[in-house]
Design a protein around this ligand. Sequence first.
Ligand code: S3P
Length: 185
Amino acid sequence: MQTNSLLSNQNILLIGFMGSGKSSVSRDLAKQLKAKRIDMDDEIIKISGLRSINEIFEKHGESKFREFETLALIESLNKKNQIIATGGGTLVHNSPSSLLSENRMSKEDKIVFLNATFETCKNRCQFSDKRPLFKDIDKARSLFNERLPLYNSIADHIVNIDRKTTQEVTKEIIALIYNLHRPQI
Ligand code: S3P
């Protein structure tokens, strides 16, 4: 039996640096909201015809990866009632204001920033062989510092994720989306 999503014709886009938990939170959130889920990295891999993000970077370089990423994003935004786990660079390289003015995103769509410290991201990603941009820790740190103001500025909601479980983060996001509480300052 098909169960209706608790979202109202909108998409929820999870943004944040590599290792901030976008994929795990998207799984739990999709389950709680009876919504579909898209992981951008999986879509990018499908479009590329290759087997991994690493292979795309190695064979084609970052700029081609970003082209695949834009195609995957546009395809993903065509559907509604989805939780979209973006890649850490997706909305850095595709600005939400352009996506809105091109009618690719709608005002009902919500951007949720999973705010993690660099230490948390580093601990989760530094030994991963799936993150080409984390091979050089100093470069990853600079990228983190460069992106942080942007993530903050484009987010409709911000959730601090350090020392929280996936379920706690999901609960907070649901409260924010349905305006059940104001974030604590
Ligand atoms: C990237 C993040 C990665 C992946 C690619 C580039 C980035 O996704 O899209 O390695 O630019 O931050 P995750 O954030 O899911 O690790």
